[in-house]
Design a protein around this ligand. Structure first.
Ligand code: PLP
Length: 390
């Protein structure tokens, strides 16, 4: 007998799409705080400082001047002009104003990129551990993430490892540097290997450069700047991290045709562009002198060094992450399963972290500590770790 399926059901393509574990941890932290517990909050990924005043004033001024109407859905021309200049100066990407699009955060750029190039049944190579939403963005496009262990790739050779994990259905590579959650920064030689593999296999690269300004050791290489790569790469950027603009939902993507037409369609039919007065704030943000960004980077470096030395001191082995604002130590000393380790740290030491397994099986055994917080907060966390292990 066949059972009649209810008409009130969801689209099947959402079956495999998860909902953020990180939100559950955030809720638990809020619960503890409501009970009056002083929580050391290292679970987040938000800059420790506020959006700079000149950026806020640019938005206010735009509002006062009634910049509250529809803007072109791909972004205001003056914004696209400054983006073109920035991409050439900082990323070595030489694009026209038609090859850049404003997006609602880095997230919309990534969503649009995956939706633009993936068909049901396609596979995407993803270095793992990876930022959790990536797997959901891929499965939401009815494609499959193929998790490539980053440590194996670095040990045995990037190209060999990509080869080993790819299938005939492989269409794209998701390439994130600096990485969330590991803080890893791929070297130029590694970027060249990924590029060579992409060209050899005729793959598209979806590059995620959310943390491009936060590289402490080594250099940031935009993979699209390598020879032959601009035509096969969609590069996604965000204002969230560099300018502390997480809540503004401001980002952009760079790509050539035919991808740009697809990105434009997806942005048009999802949000019809980025809030007009936010785009004026984006223009202002792009005027930030490089010296200010460098000074911020030094602030993050201090935080990284303080946290990493504290972690190693208590026996949570942690190599110094070269970029982003996360430390990803081995936490097996607390518990073999990272979920249990995170729970124990939260309940006994009131330290909130994210279990490594949330970032893919290759993250198991680790915890993610976000250090985009004040130095005092990091000191408090290290002190709590010392008490936990004493
Ligand atoms: C690796 C990575 N990519 C992209 C983003 C997107 O950020 P947003 O949507 O806030 O711009 C994040 C945010 O945490 C991230 O960690």
């Amino acid at each position: 007998m066949t059972t009649k399926q209810s008409g009130l059901r969801l689209a099947k393509r959402l079956d495999e799409v998860g909902f953020s574990d990180i939100v559950q941890i955030r809720n638990k932290v809020m619960e503890l705080r409501a009970e009056g517990v002083d929580v050391h909050a290292l679970h987040g990924g938000e800059p420790f400082f506020e959006t700079p005043p000149d950026i806020k004033y640019a938005a206010i001024q735009a509002l006062v001047e009634n910049q509250t109407h529809y803007a072109p859905s791909s972004g205001l021309l003056p914004l696209r002009k400054v983006l073109v200049e920035k991409l050439a100066r900082k990323n070595g990407l030489h694009v026209s104003t038609d090859e850049v699009i404003a997006t609602v955060g880095g997230s919309q750029g990534l969503y649009a990129a995956f939706q633009s190039v993936l068909d049901p049944g396609d596979d995407v190579l993803v270095f793992s551990p990876y930022w959790t939403p990536i797997a959901d963005l891929i499965t939401g496009a009815q494609a499959r993430p193929l998790r490539v262990p980053t440590s194996t790739a670095r040990r045995n050779g990037i190209r060999n490892t990509l080869e080993q994990f790819s299938t005939p259905q492989t269409r794209a590579i998701y390439y994130n540097t600096p990485q969330n959650p590991s803080g890893l920064v791929f070297t130029r030689a590694e970027a060249e290997e990924v590029a060579a593999f992409a060209m050899e296999r005729d793959l598209i690269v979806i590059a995620d450069e959310a943390y491009e300004d936060l590289v402490y050791d080594g250099e940031h290489v935009s993979i699209a700047s390598l020879p032959g790569m601009a035509e096969r790469t969609i590069t996604c950027f965000t204002f969230s991290k560099t300018y502390a603009m997480t809540g503004w939902r401001a980002g952009y993507a760079a790509a050539q045709e035919p991808f740009m037409t697809a990105l434009r369609k997806i942005v048009l039919y999802s949000t019809n562009g980025v809030t007009t007065f936010v785009q004026h704030a984006m223009i202002q943000a792009l005027k930030t002198p490089e010296a200010e960004i460098a000074a911020l980077r030094e602030e993050y470096r201090k935080r990284r060094d303080l946290l990493v030395s504290g972690l190693n001191e208590v026996g949570l082995d942690c190599a110094s992450p070269a970029g982003a604002f996360y430390a990803f130590p081995n936490a097996e000393k607390i518990h073999k399963e990272s979920r249990t380790a995170a729970k124990m740290l939260l309940e006994k030491a009131h330290i909130a972290t994210i279990p490594g397994s949330v970032f893919g099986a290759q993250g198991e055994g680790h915890l993610r500590f976000g250090y985009a917080i004040t130095l005092e907060e990091i000191e408090g966390c290290v002190e709590a770790l010392r008490r936990f292990f004493s």
